[in-house]
Design a protein around this ligand. Structure first.
Ligand code: IPM
Ligand code: MG
Length: 362
């Protein structure tokens, strides 16, 4: 197969983990006889330097002409957030991309590797069976694209945000999440705040209607405050979580650290047009950029999601996931997942990927 991939490496560790993900894709192309054509394009601070714009039209055009988008990360150092290059850089790049391409469905995947479970903030007895959780987060509704204003009212400062959901927005992601739940262990928990919010009441109505058409899936609702608690009390009850934009933002960060490092969670954003964007859920980590110490796993697994979901290359995706797992089992560790175990070798970003590639090319 021939596939065109837009490469938006971005800032911080983005470019170096992207380089490694591309090496992995090349190894897959060689093994399976595919041709991947990459077009690099600027986004985030890197784009601002050249275009004074965090998401230039040129980049949008490249995405439009591609079969899928592989995204790195964007954003600058904490102490430079006042500079125009970095001010609101994440929102201006990522939110603008979501809006431009109608990416309404976000999937983030959390997997616990038992070999490094000691890094998890959770107690070992909660993790003995491993963890494998997918969270679906709606991306275009809720308070994200509503009104955001700060004014004065009655002589004091006053802030106002608005949020909304339409029935079709909820239905679109719910149907997708139920479809994916069928390919997993057939359990789905929908998370809302239906005891307070109108958006959540509608969410629950629509999701329960979609559930009726998917009676083979064990479905339940959970309030978001309880869910935040259950994730750390009894995480193995979760398989597929389905939730709205803001709750999904918060809960996916909570899930991402259960594995022991934020550098391990891949994500995918889908739109009804068929184009999808794949990116690590973690940030650009400018403090460790350029040192060959960043964990490339989230970027490599994002490439795997791309092969599976956008190109239907299921064997190819599976072999990448297995290669990452095998590399961990063999004891190779980037610094963030090094536990000083007897069988462990601390390696760099590139050297870790060398092992992933060696496994693929076997
Ligand atoms: C995420 C991020 C973004 C979000 C920010 C950077 C706007 O936190 O993708 O989870 O809130 O959606
Ligand atoms: Mg977030």
């Amino acid at each position: 197969m021939n596939k065109k991939i837009a490469i938006l490496a971005g800032d911080g560790i983005g470019p170096e983990v992207m380089t490694q993900a591309i090496r992995v894709l090349d190894a897959i192309a060689t093994k399976f006889g595919h041709k991947f054509e990459y077009t690099e394009s600027l986004v985030g601070g890197a784009a601002y330097d050249k275009h004074q714009n965090h998401l230039p039209q040129e980049t949008i055009d490249v995405c439009n002409n591609s079969d899928a988008v592989l995204f790195g990360s964007v954003g600058g150092p904490v102490d430079k957030q006042h500079e125009a290059k970095w001010a609101n850089c994440e929102a201006k790049s990522i939110l603008a991309l979501r809006k431009a391409f109608n990416f309404n469905i976000n999937l983030r995947k959390m997997a616990l590797y038992t070999e490094i479970a000691s890094l998890s903030p959770l107690k070992p007895e909660l993790l003995s069976n491993g963890l494998d959780i997918v969270i679906f987060r709606e991306l275009l509704g809720d308070v994200y694209f509503g009104e955001h204003t700060q004014t004065e009212k009655n002589g004091e400062r006053y802030a106002f945000d608005s949020g909304s959901y339409t029935e079709s927005q909820i239905k679109s992601i719910a149907e997708y999440a139920f479809k994916v739940a069928k390919t997993r262990s057939k359990r789905l928990i929908s998370v809302d705040k239906a005891n307070v919010m109108a958006m959540s009441k509608l969410w629950r109505q629509v999701v329960s209607e979609v559930a009726k058409d998917n009676s083979d899936i064990e479905y339940s609702d959970m309030l978001v405050d309880n869910c935040a608690m259950q994730i750390i009390k009894n995480p193995s009850q979760f398989d597929v979580i389905l939730t709205s934009n803001l709750f999904g933002d918060i809960l996916s960060d909570e899930l991402s650290v259960l594995s022991g490092s934020v550098g391990m969670m891949p994500s995918a954003s889908f739109s009804s047009s068929g184009l999808a964007l794949y990116e690590p859920a973690g940030g650009s980590a400018p403090d460790i950029a350029g040192k060959n110490i960043a964990n490339p796993i989230a970027q490599i697994l994002s490439a795997s999601l791309m092969l599976g979901y956008s190109f239907n290359m299921l064997d190819e995706a599976k072999i990448i996931d297995e290669a990452v797992k095998a590399t961990i089992v063999a004891g190779y560790r980037t610094g963030d997942i090094y536990t000083k175990g007897a069988n462990e070798k601390m390696v760099g970003t590139k050297e870790f990927t060398d092992q992933v590639i060696a496994f693929i090319s076997k």
